[in-house]
Design a protein around this ligand. Structure first.
Ligand code: SF4
Ligand code: SF3
Length: 548
């Protein structure tokens, strides 16, 4: 076994990647990511002490947040990036230690792993093999530790998006670091770790609320929008990932250049924001969910900017030369655009590249409708409540989350198609591409697929549910006519799941497979306490979730 990773739904054989990631991550890269994570835990140990003594923590807080984000599935494939990052992390840890010593604080009680003070890559490789997931021998403890870690990775991603817009909440940094440190603590029992898991969900809600405030304050509330999925005849840039600040930068910098902008995959919801809709050269969305990029990027013809996950290793050199990365994302051989010392990013290289490219080739025509985030849906509340009361809407089904490559995900298309006509799908995340182009019609003008936005906008779905609970004067969110059939792939979906559990949502069906990192005993805890279930087949699941 040259690596071990089971953090995503596509883990090899449903158990874990041991030689090479199904995602394309090499074992050397996987080990570097493990080592960075371990180093961040060490840094968190020191930063906790620094915080306790009311000294400056911001530099380490930000480093830890960004470091976690880079280890999310499909965010960053650049080995050199991780090797350098570990070097920087060790220096920063030294600095934190020096700060403590300079302030007369005893550091001898800090559980320091001396072997981590390597500075050469050979040392990193050796150490990396010792600090991965399998370091924890007890499978239940390992399972809960990893569940927390994956939740925290997703959390860090959302905290970073908000941070990029100038919004932060100190408590979130404190929790991220507490969680990291807790996974090193051998005195914690299974019960302690279950409590920590629920706490992770609590902070997941806070992070998504913060990001929602950041996005809507900066760019307005998403509104019902018909998004063009066809093309125009100008050279263009495709922007993918989740970072709205990068979206804003790109739209501003491309204005008046003759270069159009299209969104891809999880950037689709950018089309719903008033602040972005005003740009005439913002054409619409091109393509589908992340995993189809090796089919769709060749025909886009112009450069592609990744702001975050999900990158699929490009099959052709021609496409690779058109890929640029920024923020937490990275790919070897692709140009990475970093912010300057003032926080500005210069995308002129991409714009000049676009000017030399052919316009995108049309792969589909028409439009899709979205923009049903909480503010918009609450404006429609009267209509929705009336439709529920009259029986026109029997049930809502939350089908948010991620899409992925597995053929078994056809289940979600079939499920959407076979749902009774008096049901409405509430969605967020790239899972929507499994059914957002189907002709599912509407109920009295309310479309049968209501897209709230990106995976983090699952927060909107929770707000909508809480609002309906209030309107219908119910005591329990589970009394609402809402069923949950969620698809997951990477760690942002893990934090969304933990957030929903924290909010008291029960009986969530999770697929297409349950996470490999959940041990049988941990699955039992989730089943017994929260009614979590897997999926079976479309007909049986519709019978369970909707009724006859
Ligand atoms: Fe395997 Fe997923 Fe880990 Fe990639 S992220 S190595 S596919 S488990
Ligand atoms: Fe999709 Fe990667 Fe998770 Fe943001 S883009 S939901 S998989």
């Amino acid at each position: 076994m040259s690596m071990f990773c089971y953090q995503c739904q596509e883990a090899a054989a449903g158990t874990g990647c041991t030689a090479m990631g199904v995602c394309g991550k090499t074992s050397a890269l996987a080990n570097m990511q493990d080592l960075l994570l371990y180093t961040l835990k060490g840094m968190a140990l020191f930063n906790k002490e620094v915080r306790k003594n009311k000294l400056e923590t911001a530099e380490a807080d930000e480093f830890i947040m960004e470091g976690l984000f880079t280890t999310i599935t499909n965010a960053n494939f650049d080995y050199d990036f991780f090797a350098n990052k570990i070097g920087e992390a060790l220096q920063l840890r030294d600095k934190l230690k020096t700060t403590l010593i300079d302030n007369g604080i005893d550091t001898s009680n800090i559980n320091e792993d001396a072997a981590l003070w390597y500075t050469d890559k050979e040392g990193f490789d050796k150490k990396a093999k010792e600090v991965g997931v399998l370091r924890t021998e007890n499978e239940d403890i390992r399972s809960l530790r990893e569940l927390v870690i994956y939740g925290v990775k997703g959390l860090a991603a959302y905290v970073e998006h908000a941070f990029n817009l100038g919004y932060k909440n100190e408590e979130l940094f404190v929790f991220i670091e507490k969680a990291l440190v807790s996974t090193l603590d051998d005195t914690l029992s299974l019960d302690d770790l279950v409590t920590l898991t629920l706490e992770t969900g609590k902070f997941g809600v806070e992070a998504m609320a913060l990001l929602d405030t950041a996005n809507t304050t900066e760019y307005g509330n998403p509104e019902i929008t018909e998004v063009n999925i066809g093309v125009r005849n100008n050279p263009a840039i495709l922007i993918s990932g989740h970072d709205l600040k990068d979206m804003e930068r790109l739209l501003k910098q491309t204005e008046g250049t003759g270069v159009d902008v299209y969104t891809h995959s999880e950037m689709l919801p950018a089309n719903y924001y008033p602040a972005f809709k005003k740009y005439e050269h913002f054409v619409g969305n091109y393509g589908n969910a992340w995993w189809k990029q090796n089919i769709e990027f060749p025909t886009f013809n112009g450069p592609i900017l990744f702001t975050t996950n999900c990158i699929v290793p490009p099959k052709s050199e021609e496409v690779r030369k058109r890929i640029y990365t920024t923020g937490a994302s990275g790919y070897p051989g692709c140009i990475h655009i970093s912010a300057d010392e003032h926080g500005n990013k210069d995308f002129s290289l991409i714009i000049e590249h676009a000017k030399k490219c052919k316009p995108p080739t049309e792969i589909e025509k028409g439009s899709i409708i979205g923009g049903f985030a909480h503010n918009q849906v609450i404006q429609l509340a009267d209509k929705i409540v009336e439709a529920v009361k009259s029986g026109d809407i029997r049930k809502f089904v939350v089908m948010g989350g991620c899409d992925g490559r597995h053929k078994s995900r056809q289940y979600y298309t079939d499920f959407a198609q076979k749902l009774p006509k008096d049901t409405v799908i509430l969605t967020a995340g790239c899972a929507k591409y499994r059914y957002n182009k189907l002709e599912l019609g509407d109920i009295g003008g309310i479309p049968r697929v209501l897209d709230a936005g990106q995976c983090n906008d699952s927060y909107s779905l929770a707000i909508i549910a809480l609002k309906l609970k209030e309107v219908f004067e119910l005591n329990d969110i589970n009394e609402l006519p809402i069923a949950y059939n969620i698809a997951w792939y990477e760690q942002k979906a893990v934090i969304v799941l933990l957030a929903l559990i924290y909010l008291g949502v029960k009986n969530i069906h999770l697929g297409p497979t349950l996470p490999a990192f959940l041990s049988p005993n941990v699955v039992n805890v989730l089943v017994d306490n929260f009614g979590i279930a897997g999926i079976t087949n479309v007909d049986d699941d519709i019978a369970i979730l909707i009724g006859a």
